[in-house]
Structure formats: C-alpha cells, structure tokens
Design a protein around this ligand. Structure first.
Ligand SMILES: Cc1cc2nc3c(=O)[nH]c(=O)nc-3n(C[C@H](O)[C@H](O)[C@H](O)COP(=O)(O)O)c2cc1C
Length: 192
C-alpha cells in the first residue's frame, strides 16, 4: 500500500527544480537496476520534460535504451549511504536491489520500478531518444508521464521542509561522497 500521493503533472518540474541528487531506476527483460545521478533538470513545461545525464557506459543507459523508460526517485537523508553505494557499483556486476534490500513498486503508466521507502517523491519518465545526439552526449531527455510524492514533504504543488520531516528532505552531492542536505528555507520578500 503506497503512502505517496499523485502529483499533478503541471507541478512535476518542481520536484527536481532545486537540483536534488536522484536515484535513476530502470528495467528490461527481467533485469532491473538503480544508479545515482546528480545532474538533472526540468526543460519544458507542457508536457513536462526533463534532462538527465546518464553516462552511455552505464548499465542504466543500456536498460533505458532497451525499455524506453526510467524512474527518477528522490532519496531523503536516510538514503545517503545507499545513494552513494548504488552510484559506485554497476548493475552489470551486482543486483543492487537484491544486495541492498531495496523494495520497488511498478509505475502506474510504464511499469518502471519505483522506490518509495526513504524517498520524498518519484517521477516516471518516458525516454525521448534523440538520434542525432546519441553518440555525442550523455544527456537523456524524457517526458514525465506520472509523478507522486510523500505528502508530509510535498503537497499541493509545494515543498515544505520542517524539522519533523528532516529524514525526507532532499540530498545534494558535493562530490567524493559528500552531500549537503536541503532545508533552511527562506521566503523571498518583495523589494520596494
Ligand atoms: C552521488 C553520485 C552522483 C552521480 N551522478 C551521476 C550523474 O549525474 N550522471 C551519471 O552518468 N553518473 C552519475 N554518477 C555515477 C553513476 O551512478 C555510476 O556510474 C553507477 O555506477 C552507474 O551504475 P549502473 O552501471 O548500474 O547503471 C553518480 C554517482 C554518485 C555516487
């Protein structure tokens, strides 16, 4: 039973607007995988589209090319070790879901494996192959076809970072396994 609540697609870009490090999930032909990605961003409003850098050499990229889909899951602070671990090993060598006991549920539109436990939100994405760029760039474009979030931290289109939801707050990679945790929000005041 999921405790996540659907996010209106018009608000999906807000889930990654602030640059969280994410877990990219993928599956094809009985294989499933997850890797960490620090480089992602919204690029279009309607339909919502994102760009995410996924190295052509990764197992993830291979599964995305074969299935045409992937998930973007936003780990909270309790998943820092896991995020670093799945970003430091390849699915070609180990089944990361099995090794780390990661549970998933199928996405509502494409059936992509999605992680909810310890995560603040997820986006289910349909890959938009760009043949001219395939050999040149690691960047993947995708349309967000479904999104959902834990309502304790994202609801009605807005993040709310409070002391009582610190474990769900997003993480941001500084390099070398060092992360800064989100939080400490400030509201901009109107200038005179
Ligand atoms: C915190 C973190 C962030 C990362 N960000 C990216 C990224 O944005 N793009 C990328 O291609 N690889 C990134 N990586 C590296 C991949 O996660 C790594 O190559 C992974 O082992 C690929 O797994 P796979 O072969 O199972 O797909 C990151 C690694 C870490 C630890």
């Amino acid at each position: 039973m999921s405790h996540f609540v659907a996010v209106d697609l018009s608000h999906a870009s807000r889930l990654i607007n602030h640059g969280p490090t994410v877990l990219v999930t993928s599956a094809h032909g009985g294989r499933a995988n997850v890797m960490a990605a620090a480089w992602s961003m919204p690029v279009e409003f309607t339909p919502p589209r994102i760009a995410i850098v996924i190295d052509k050499k990764t197992c993830t990229r291979e599964l995305i090319a074969a299935s045409g889909a992937f998930g973007v899951c936003l780990p909270g602070t309790t998943l820092i070790d896991l995020t670093y671990a799945v970003g430091s090993t390849s699915g070609r060598e180990v089944d990361k879901f099995e090794r780390h006991g990661i549970r998933t549920r199928p996405g509502p539109v494409l059936g992509v494996p999605l992680i909810e436990s310890g995560c603040a939100a997820w986006l289910e994405c349909r890959w938009l192959p760009e043949p001219r760029a395939e050999d040149l760039y690691d960047t993947c474009f995708a349309e967000v076809v479904a999104a959902a979030a834990d309502p304790r931290i994202f609801s009605e289109g807005h993040w709310t970072f409070r002391d009582d939801n610190a474990e769900l707050q997003t993480i941001h990679h500084l390099g070398g396994g060092n992360f800064v945790c989100a939080g400490g929000t400030r509201k901009a005041a109107a200038l005179p």
